[in-house]
Ligand binder design. Structure first.
Ligand code: ARG
Length: 461
């Protein structure tokens, strides 16, 4: 016999095609522990309101305990005709506590306020776990940065050599956005910590139940102010999906660097065997699949966010069944990041940098030209003119096929009377990097401070 939560006014059962379409247990079953926690809190609310006697409450809680154990062991699971996690668990409770008692739990709540609450409970738990995974990637970056305090590399803009920077400075530039992502989850949690339980279908409950007590029992800071908003809003879910997508994008940018660095042409890093893959035909290959999967999965995480926003955009208040589609995008985001974050953390932690090669490439491509211009500015030359003079140095070097530090005293003097041999002090990578000692700059003293601050920021989260 088909068991539904809404059979009363219907003469016959649903069409098979409807049952197939409607079913959500294949994805919402992961909310079962939260549904059971909600049911316990709701049973106590019914008891406080005088709608369940002491023995009834005890029987109800015992039934829920047995059901929880059976869910955990796998002895109880959804049947094909259970519409959703709520339907299946009500059936399970009735099987254990009997139809009389089991049938009392549904008073004063709706699947609309239940699902809105459960998804928040689930996402709040997952945000904590994912944030820890993001902090592991930050740790890996910080570990590599502290292992290479003096290493330099070509800094790029437009992917062209721009100015030399410290490797640690570059690595930490990937750590800060990830720390902000974790901070985003922390900020988000304050908005997610509001419970819709007690909103009912949309209008609240007439049974004298206290939503704030249920909220507190479920770990929320408060109950929602508006029961329509409580059941209809999904901005909290969309915001979670945004943070997931942003983490995906940040990992993807880091991964793109690793992919480039691992090419023969860059030759900056060697990937650890444990975090690279081979080719079935080309015996020499060592491929950066972890980084490529990170880059690829970022696209999918963006799609999860875009799909969810598209689902929400036209919905009138309050609950519409379209809202059932809110879960798969965020569940996919959670599952995707859960496997991705440990892999990226391991990839980064096990990179071997060829710091000699990076150092020899750092001053190439005339990346010290800005240092000539800024040296001239410090001697009183207007920057406009200094830029022209430094550009003329580059042109002269290009014509003669030499580097800036190879210009003779006579050549320097011929390019401009403002140039004298002392300019060579800044024509080294060390001279260039240590001169950029303003706050946030690439000078070794500043980067050492920054390294300490990243650690402090991560410890505060
Ligand atoms: N399974 C639904 C969801 O995930 C909750 C059930 C609400 N259904 C309904 N007909 N009011 O959103």
């Amino acid at each position: 016999e088909h068991v539904s939560l809404w059979g009363g006014r219907f003469a016959g059962g649903p069409a098979d095609a409807l049952t197939e379409l409607s079913r959500s247990t294949q994805f919402d079953w992961r909310l079962a522990p939260h549904d059971l926690a909600g049911s316990r809190a709701h049973a106590r609310a019914l008891h406080r309101a005088g709608l369940l006697g002491d023995d009834e409450l005890a029987g109800m809680l015992a039934g829920l305990d047995r059901l929880e154990a059976d869910v955990a062991s796998g002895a109880f699971g959804p049947r094909p005709d259970d519409e959703d996690v709520h339907t299946a668990l009500e059936r399970g409770l009735i099987e254990r506590a009997g139809p009389e008692l089991g049938g009392r739990l549904r008073a004063g709540r709706s699947r609309n306020d239940q699902i809105a609450t459960l998804v928040r409970m689930y996402l709040r738990d997952e945000a904590r776990a994912l944030a820890a995974g993001v902090l592991d990637v930050v740790d890996a970056l910080v570990g590599q940065a502290s292992a290479h305090p003096g290493a330099v590399m070509p800094g790029r803009t437009h992917l062209q050599h721009a100015q030399p920077v410290l490797l640690a400075h570059h690595l930490l530039a990937h750590a800060w956005p990830l720390l902000r992502d974790v901070q985003r989850w922390v900020d988000w949690d304050a908005r997610a910590a509001v419970s819709p339980y007690g909103s009912g279908a949309l209008a609240g409950s007439s049974l004298g139940l206290d939503p704030s007590e249920v909220a507190a029992e479920l770990g929320f800071d408060a109950a929602v102010e508006n029961s329509i908003d409580g059941t209809a809003a999904r901005d909290v879910v969309a915001e979670f999906a945004f943070v997931v997508a942003m983490v995906g994008v940040d990992l993807s940018r880091l991964s793109e660097d690793v992919i480039l660095w691992a090419t023969k042409e860059f030759g900056f890093v060697t990937l650890d065997d444990a975090f690279s893959t081979g080719s079935s035909i080309m015996p020499q290959k060592k491929n950066p699949d972890v980084a490529e999967l990170a880059r690829g999965k970022a696209g999918r995480l963006i799609g999860d966010l875009a799909g969810l926003l598209a689902t929400l955009k036209g919905l009138p208040l309050a609950y519409n069944r379209d809202l059932q589609e809110d879960k798969e995008p965020v569940f996919d985001g959670v599952d995707t990041l859960s496997v991705l974050l440990p892999a990226v953390a391991g990839l980064v932690a096990t990179l071997t940098f060829d710091t000699e090669r990076m150092a020899s490439l750092a001053p190439q491509g005339f990346s010290l030209a800005t240092d000539i211009a800024e040296w001239l500015v410090r001697t009183g030359v207007p920057f406009r003119e200094a830029h022209e003079i430094a550009g003329a140095c580059v042109r002269a070097c290009e014509q003669q096929g030499k580097e800036l530090w190879d210009l003779t005293d006579a050549e320097l003097a011929m390019i401009s009377p403002h140039l004298d041999p002392r300019v060579r002090e800044v024509l080294s990578v060390e001279g260039s990097t240590s001169s950029r000692d303003g706050q946030g700059g690439t000078a070794p003293v500043r980067v050492a401070e920054q390294l300490a601050r990243v650690g402090q920021a991560a410890a505060r989260l």
